[in-house]
Design a protein around this ligand. Structure first.
Ligand code: GLA
Length: 380
């Protein structure tokens, strides 16, 4: 990851490697999720915000499809007929295919990508890429497509084409994020509320890279589908796990065996916590928000079983040294822990937590702070 602005990087990469400048430049942010993990594909609420780090796609019409990224610095031919599994260019091909299926006539193009969003850290680098690419390519097609539609294109690209059985959170915040605000997104109704998010949130990267495709997330999603089937079989008629009421929960937890009952408990309690967190944020009650984040982490660890030892250690150490709240963010099984830190103590807490982590894992975790950034935009 370079510290040069990714806009400048993508533009000069394009110029250097393709011999002329891009005609369209678009960018979209990564995200962290304050609360509401694994609720988005269960009809529940999520509370993410956009990072102040972005992925930039520079593009221009060309005779054939080609792409380069500042990370691997290699020109790749893109074949819209075929997604090569595991290659980053698969996300671009997926967006091209969905736009073609939607009847948007784009010219063939060359694309250059640069990003300040860390990859594999659970910060939605893929949604930043697909949403930025959707904006750039629709721009080349001469279309001004609303952000909500770009989010849907990016979602279908990742879900239908790449085959990651994600929900709608990441693409929605990458498209609709508002600077200085978190977003309460009720995934069942599609309702969005922007809530002011004062100050900074700290990101502690476990350095454990998670791989989504075909992995744990798809497995949990299948478990949730099976859990829903069992809930309905037990006489509780709901469309999503998040619709289960607190009153119905105890009997269902007794009737349904592990691991499905634990998955249900996570989704139902996380749904309650996320709405409470939105209230805490609206009331500027950061200690209250922090407590809910800690409960959320415990639920991921014990019930959803999507945490990892490195994240658990970071959360424990953060609490011990005075954080208001901390939790694993994103899909899990690695990735990053986010924390709310009292401003006057940040330097000391960061140093002590890094030291504790080094003591156990022999390396210092990358730590940085972010404010809430803006959603997708054109850069020129
Ligand atoms: C990934 C998915 C999201 C969401 C989270 C877990 O980031 O892409 O849709 O399910 O995991 O909350």
């Amino acid at each position: 990851m370079s510290h040069a602005s990714p806009v400048r990087q993508a533009t000069s990469l394009f110029q250097e490697r393709f011999g002329s400048g891009p005609t369209v430049v678009a960018s979209a942010p990564g995200r962290v999720n304050l609360l509401g993990e694994h609720t988005d594909y269960n009809g529940g609420p999520v509370l993410p915000f956009a990072l102040d780090r972005r992925t930039v796609v520079a593009a221009a019409q060309a005779e054939r499809w080609e792409a380069i990224s500042a990370t691997d610095n290699e020109v790749h031919a893109l074949d819209p007929e075929c997604i090569v599994p595991g290659l980053w260019t698969g996300y671009l091909v997926a967006v091209i295919r969905i736009l073609q299926k939607s009847g948007i006539a784009m010219p063939t193009a060359r694309l250059a990508v640069a990003s300040s969003v860390p990859v594999g850290a659970g910060l939605s680098s893929s949604a930043a890429l697909t949403v930025a690419a959707a904006r750039a390519l629709t721009g080349l097609a001469g279309r001004r497509v609303p952000p909500g539609v770009l989010a849907e294109v990016a979602y279908r690209a990742e879900h239908d084409e790449v085959g990651v059985h994600c929900g709608h959170m990441d693409q929605t915040i990458a498209a609709l994020g508002r600077a200085g605000h978190a977003m309460l997104f009720e995934t069942a109704s599609g309702t969005v509320h922007h809530l002011p998010l004062p100050g900074r949130v700290w990101v502690f990267d476990t350095g454990v890279s998670h791989r989504l495709t075909g992995g744990h997330l798809n497995e949990r999603r299948r478990e949730c589908e099976e859990a829903l089937r069992q809930v309905i079989e037990n006489g509780v008629a709901v469309r999503h796990l998040a619709e289960i009421t607190e009153a119905d929960l105890p009997a269902l937890l007794r009737a349904i065996p592990a691991p499905w009952n634990a998955r249900i408990r996570h989704v139902v309690t996380e749904t309650i916590r996320t709405r409470a967190a939105a209230h805490a944020l609206a009331a500027r009650d950061l200690p209250g928000l922090g407590r809910l984040m800690l409960e959320g982490h415990e639920s991921l660890r014990a019930d959803y079983q999507s945490s990892c030892a490195e994240a658990d250690l970071l959360v424990e150490s953060l609490v011990h040294h005075g954080a208001l709240g901390a939790r694993l963010t994103g899909a899990g099984w690695g990735g990053a822990v986010i924390a709310l830190l009292p401003e006057e103590k940040t330097a000391r807490i960061v140093a002590e937590v890094q030291e504790a982590y080094r003591g156990t894992y022999g390396r210092v975790p990358l730590v940085w702070a972010t404010t809430a950034g803006a959603g997708v935009r054109s850069e020129k």
